[in-house]
Design a protein around this ligand. Structure first.
Ligand code: BMA
Length: 331
C-alpha cells in the first residue's frame, strides 16, 4: 500500500478476505444482507443507512420505512458492525435553539438516506429532510440517544448531502445534489462551505453525469475518505433502462484543498446490482452506498449500501485497489 490514509486505525471493522478467483475490485459479504427488512417491529424496509465507529464499537442512523411506508430515521448500535440493534422508536430531533429557528424548521414529515460523521467534537447527521419537498437536513448527537436539529443546509430540492470529516480551509464542507420534487431524472454533485454549519455558500460544481452506468444522475455516498493523494469519494451513479433506474456505485478522487477539482474518476462501476437482494425488493436494481468504515493501518474498506431499497448490505475492498482501479480506466 503506497497511499496513506488520514484517519483512525480501526482494526475491528467488519472484514472478510477476498474470495479466491474474484476478479472484481470489490467483493460482497457472504452473510449479506446484514440487516433484514423486518429487523424491528413494523419496519417495511431498512436500507440506505449510515454507520460510524463509536466507543470501540459501532453506532449509526438508519433509514427505516414503516409498514405505513413513512420514511423515518432510527438510531442503532452494534458490537461488530454486522449484527445491529435498532431503537424501535424513531429519532425525534430536539432543537438547538442557538443555531435553529425550531418553529420554522422542526416539523418532521419524513427523513431518509442519512449520513453520519464525526467532526471535531460531535457526530453530525445529514439526511434528506422534508421542507416543502426534499432538502438537506442537518443535526448532531453526542451519544446516539439525543439528537439535535439545525437549520436545513439548502433550499428544496436537494438530496445526498454529505459532509467532509473536517473543515477545509477553515470551513465546514459538504457536497450535495440539487434535484426536483420527484424521482429526478438528472443530477450533478456540487460542493458548498459553511463557517458555522448554518449558512452555506461558496458553491462549486464538482462533477456530473457521464456515459453508461452514470448517465442519468450521480450523488455522493459515504463520507469522503481522506488520503495523502486526495479525498476518495464513493458515489452512486444511475442509468435509465427500459425498466427504470439502475443504481450502481463508483469512485472518484478529489483535490484535498479544493475538493471541487476532480483528480481522477473511474469510467466503470465498482459494484452494480446483480445479486437477488440488490435486484429484488421494493425498488429493484439498486445498490446505494451511504457509509464506509476504513482502517488507516491496512487500508481495508467496508462499504454499507442499501439493496433494492429494502435491506442493508456490506461490501469490502482496499482503498489502494480502488485508486488503482479508477486510475487504470479513468474517465
Ligand atoms: C432515490 C432515493 C433513494 C433510493 C433511490 C432508489 O431517489 O429515494 O433513497 O434508494 O431513489 O429508489
Amino acid at each position: 500500500m503506497t497511499v496513506k490514509i488520514i484517519g483512525n486505525v480501526l482494526s475491528n471493522i467488519p472484514w472478510e478476505a477476498k474470495p479466491a478467483g474474484c476478479r472484481n475490485v470489490i467483493w460482497r459479504y457472504s452473510g449479506n444482507p446484514v440487516i433484514p427488512r423486518d429487523l424491528i417491529p413494523n419496519s417495511n424496509s431498512i436500507f440506505n443507512s449510515a454507520v460510524v465507529p463509536y466507543q470501540g464499537k459501532f453506532a449509526g442512523v438508519f433509514r427505516v420505512d414503516d409498514t405505513g411506508r413513512q420514511m423515518q430515521l432510527h438510531a442503532g448500535h452494534s458490537e461488530d458492525g454486522i449484527t445491529w440493534n435498532l431503537t424501535p422508536k424513531r429519532i425525534e430531533f430536539a432543537c438547538d435553539a442557538t443555531l435553529c429557528n425550531c418553529a420554522e424548521v422542526n416539523h418532521f414529515v419524513y427523513g431518509y438516506d442519512p449520513r453520519v460523521v464525526w467532526i471535531e467534537d460531535r457526530y453530525y447527521v445529514t439526511w434528506c429532510n422534508w421542507f416543502h419537498g426534499p432538502t438537506i437536513g442537518v443535526g448532531y448527537t453526542y451519544d446516539f440517544e439525543t439528537f439535535y436539529q439545525l437549520e436545513n443546509a439548502f433550499l428544496p430540492f436537494n438530496r445526498n448531502g454529505v459532509l467532509f470529516p473536517r473543515k477545509i480551509n477553515g470551513n465546514f464542507a459538504m457536497v450535495s445534489r440539487p434535484s426536483d420534487n420527484g424521482h429526478t431524472p438528472f443530477g450533478d454533485i456540487f460542493y458548498s462551505e459553511s463557517p458555522d454549519m448554518r449558512y452555506w455558500g461558496n458553491h462549486r460544481y464538482v462533477f456530473g453525469t457521464s456515459g453508461g452506468w452514470q448517465s442519468t444522475k450521480v450523488g455522493a455516498g459515504p463520507i469522503p475518505i481522506e488520503t495523502d493523494e486526495g479525498w476518495l469519494l464513493i458515489y452512486h451513479g444511475v442509468l435509465t433502462s427500459c425498466n427504470g433506474f439502475v443504481y450502481s456505485m463508483g469512485a472518484a478522487l478529489l483535490d484535498l484543498d479544493e475538493p471541487w477539482k476532480v483528480i481522477v474518476r473511474g469510467r466503470c462501476y465498482l459494484l452494480s446490482p446483480q445479486t437477488v437482494y440488490e435486484c429484488v425488493g421494493d425498488v429493484p436494481n439498486v445498490a446505494f452506498p451511504c457509509a464506509a468504515l476504513c482502517d488507516a493501518d491496512t487500508g481495508r474498506l467496508a462499504i454499507y449500501y442499501g439493496g433494492a431499497d429494502t435491506v442493508v448490505a456490506l461490501a469490502f475492498t482496499y482503498v489502494q485497489d480502488v485508486l488503482d482501479f479508477i486510475r487504470e480506466d479513468a474517465l
